[in-house]
Design a protein around this ligand. Structure first.
Ligand code: PMP
Length: 453
């Protein structure tokens, strides 16, 4: 049995955590997750938790698939490392590029590998700039992102993203990046109906292009559905209008598939769900189901042809671009997703049931909105359902709900007062029932503690 107290003391002494207010931990210590199987986690004190977040939207095939461990083991013995620099490559990287291109939209047929989603978005920024230089339009430099978009934690990723706290803490964004409003109808739609608001939000892009000068704008970057921003599902009118605008001004469309890719929406990619035509698609997370770190950029014909035919050497790459062991694991993950029909299962069975059950939470007095697509869902907690008045203390209600969730054996993530649920794609109906039974019980406890029951 693990010595929890010892690990917690060592953790407090030496370990700086990402996205954590260390002061909040107080004397409590961090929770130590020891092992996992299927859709469940176990902590060092023996508590079983249903993982309603698939790790961080990664573990699409669920935990404990020995085929991935076997693939890693075989590849480590065969060729643990080599690079794809200087006119070399190795079988796993080539096979993986091919396997990804087969699932991606037809014109998206090249892949540049990275070690993470953040590196993928750094690569995107460099590719976009390189592309316009090669077109003889070096002044086209500005990339437009969105408030509360998330594209990673590196300087470029955090700049492209629109998270206020990241910008404040890092003196960001870097020059050459602008932002428009997110399509968050429930929070910002005012008197507009949803379709009308979707058009309004998309047309913010056109307004920004005209403000900056159409010959200065290089690209627009967005997630199909904002994930870390609170699972913001755009109104149905949004993406068609965005596509019209990027086409009209000829700017590159970057669709960040780090969360939506590899089955999360019930399609292989969110771009297919919304029927949009990206030029670049950063990927990570579900690419390996989180079993090893890996990311990449799927590059469309337009940019690939420029880089390959006109560009000469693209002076960019990472030691771990296309790492053989990560690539072997990703290949096995893709094989499982495909051969076991997991994306089809998500689309036809798990997602319809998850979305039905999530909509039942709309009856709870704490819940102002429920939203979701595929295996992505969120509920937003409000003080008053009629006026949409928020609870005081920015996100305090969400944090309370998250803590009570854990006590009830369920992991959900709080983004402000939005509670996110995005379990592994392989979750079974009775496990979905368990998730929502726990969620309902937790909402009751939250209401009680907030004096709302
Ligand atoms: N893009 C999106 C949409 C993400 O959700 C994330 C990670 N949450 C990233 C990029 C960054 O990926 P990574 O954490 O692997 O660097």
């Amino acid at each position: 049995k693990l010595d929890t107290a010892r690990l917690q003391a060592l953790d407090a002494a030496h370990h700086l955590h990402p996205f954590t207010d260390h002061r909040e931990l107080g004397g409590r210590g961090t929770r130590i997750i020891e092992r996992a199987a299927g859709v469940y986690l176990w902590d060092s004190e023996g508590n079983r938790l249903l993982d309603g977040m698939a790790g961080l939207w990664c573990v699409n095939i669920g935990y404990g698939r020995s085929e991935l461990a076997d693939a890693a083991h075989r590849q480590m013995l065969e060729l643990p490392y080599y690079n794809s620099f200087f006119q070399c490559t190795h079988p796993p990287a080539v096979e993986l590029a091919h396997a990804i291109a087969e699932q991606a939209p037809a014109h998206m047929n090249h892949v540049f590998f990275t070690g993470s989603g953040s590196e993928a978005n750094d690569t995107v920024l460099r590719m976009v700039r390189r592309y316009w230089d090669l077109q003889g339009q070096p002044l086209r430099k500005t990339v437009i992102g969105r408030t509360n978009g998330y594209h990673g934690s590196t300087v470029a990723g955090a700049s492209l993203g629109g998270m206020g706290a990241m910008h404040e803490q890092g003196d960001l964004p870097i020059p050459g990046i602008a932002h428009i409003a997110q399509p968050y109808w429930y929070g910002e739609g005012g008197d507009m109906d949803e379709d009308e608001f979707g058009l309004w939000a998309a047309r913010q892009l056109e307004a920004k292009i005209l403000e900056l000068g159409a010959d200065r704008v290089a690209a627009f970057i967005a997630e199909p559905i904002q994930g870390a921003g609170g699972v913001i599902v755009p109104p149905a009118t949004y993406w068609p209008e965005i596509q019209r605008i990027v086409d009209r001004y000829g700017i590159l469309l970057v669709v960040d598939e780090v969360i939506c890719g590899f089955g999360r929406t019930g399609e292989w990619f969110g771009s297919q769900y919304y029927n949009i035509r990206p030029d670049l698609m950063p990927i990570a997370k579900g690419m390996t189901s989180g079993y090893l770190p890996m990311g990449g950029v799927i590059v469309g014909e337009r940019v690939a042809r420029a880089l390959i035919d006109e560009g000469g050497e693209f002076f960019h790459g990472y030691t771990y671009s296309g790492h053989p062991v990560a690539a072997a694991v990703a290949l096995e993950n893709l094989r499982i997703l495909r051969d076991e029909g997991i994306v089809d299962y998500a689309r036809n069975e798990a997602a319809p049931y998850l979305q039905k059950r999530i909509r039942e939470l709309a009856d709870h007095p704490l819940v102002g909105e429920v939203r979701g697509v595929g295996m992505l869902g969120a509920i937003e907690l409000v003080k008053d359902r009629n006026t949409r008045e928020r609870f005081p203390g920015k996100g305090a209600a969400g944090s309370l709900c998250r803590d009570l969730c854990i006590r009830n054996g369920l992991v959900m993530r709080a983004v402000g007062d939005s509670m996110i649920m995005s379990p592994p794609l392989v979750i079974e109906p009775q496990e979905i029932d368990e998730l929502f039974d726990k969620a309902w019980r937790t909402l009751n406890m939250t209401a009680q503690q907030l004096g709302r029951s």
